[in-house]
Design a protein around this ligand. Structure first.
Ligand SMILES: O=C(O)CCC(=O)C(=O)O
Length: 278
């Protein structure tokens, strides 16, 4: 993570990393979804209101890590992607883990949005926060959103209120439902292959999808080693197929704990087990 990226993430509460995935990686992920389209369901997390209402729900895929061979592989490759590790080691310090099951959001024209949410800084929430001290950034859960299709200005999809991870006042409801001050809500333009990392404390949500082409956004969430945000679909036990993973990928699926934890080095290959790492 270079100094420009650190400045931008600290300032904005999100970071756009252009060309994160290669064209081959994007194709492998899209091919896997195309081959498993029957697994698409309507978004179970539907929560649109105000100007975010649409005429149909967003589409949702989950469970990709356990899809049958070869379709699970492109998703497993992302778990400890060599380009992602230095970002996570910088934002969390050493020791971090997957949170939630990865899922994909799809949208066709007219798909509804999602009410904006994010803890900001107005109350301390140990699961979603941002802090800077002693030259280090630290945070609660973050979201890595891999774009598998283009998002042009005004298409809709992921939106953020830049800087809101540091906001000291609760965000008024009329802004959260996009009825007031739309000018502070940023719909991040992306190309297929780009990645957006945002802090869960940063106010974010979904704008209704307006483009003719389909939205395809893949979300992986990570938390520091001591935290587990989501219960339910991703539990804190290792999956049956864990032995099929690399050592670094296995480390990412470890439950939350500190002592003797496997830590993934920046090179993505070395995994060390110090007795304690702060
Ligand atoms: O990418 C998006 O549309 C926002 C996703 C989101 O905030 C969520 O699903 O909780």
């Amino acid at each position: 993570m270079n100094t420009r990226e650190k400045f931008l993430y600290d300032l904005q509460g999100f970071l756009l990393v252009k060309d994160f995935l290669t064209a081959e990686e994007v194709k492998a992920l899209n091919d896997a979804f195309d081959a498993n389209w029957d697994k698409r369901i309507d978004d179970p997390n539907s929560h649109a209101a105000g100007k975010l209402v649409g005429d149909h729900p967003r589409g949702h895929f989950s469970g990709m890590l356990a899809w049958e061979k070869p379709w699970h592989q492109p998703f497993r490759n992302l778990l400890a992607h060599p380009k992602l590790i230095p970002y996570l080691n910088t934002m969390f310090g050493r020791g971090w883990k997957m949170d939630h099951s990865p899922f994909m959001l799809t949208s066709t024209a007219g798909a509804e949005g999602l009410r904006l949410h994010g803890s900001t800084s107005h109350l301390f929430d140990g699961s979603q926060y941002y802090t800077y001290a002693n030259g280090q950034m630290r945070c609660g859960m973050i979201v890595c959103q891999f774009q598998l299709g283009d998002v042009n200005t005004g298409d809709g999809g992921l939106c953020v209120i830049p800087g809101s991870h540091k906001a000291n006042f609760a965000c008024p409801e009329e802004i959260l439902i996009y009825e007031q001050n739309q000018e502070i809500v940023y719909n991040i333009p992306c190309k297929a292959g780009d990645m957006v990392i945002f802090n869960e404390a940063t106010i974010h949500g979904t704008l209704p999808w307006t483009a003719k082409h389909e939205r395809r956004s893949l979300l992986y969430r990570y938390s520091p080693k001591y935290l587990h945000f989501a219960g339910g679909s991703y539990t804190t036990s290792q999956p049956e197929w864990v032995s099929e993973l690399t050592e670094a990928q296995q480390a990412v699926l470890e439950p939350p704990y500190i002592y003797n934890r496997p830590l993934v080095e920046d090179d993505g290959i070395a995994v060390v087990r110090p007795r304690r790492e702060r």
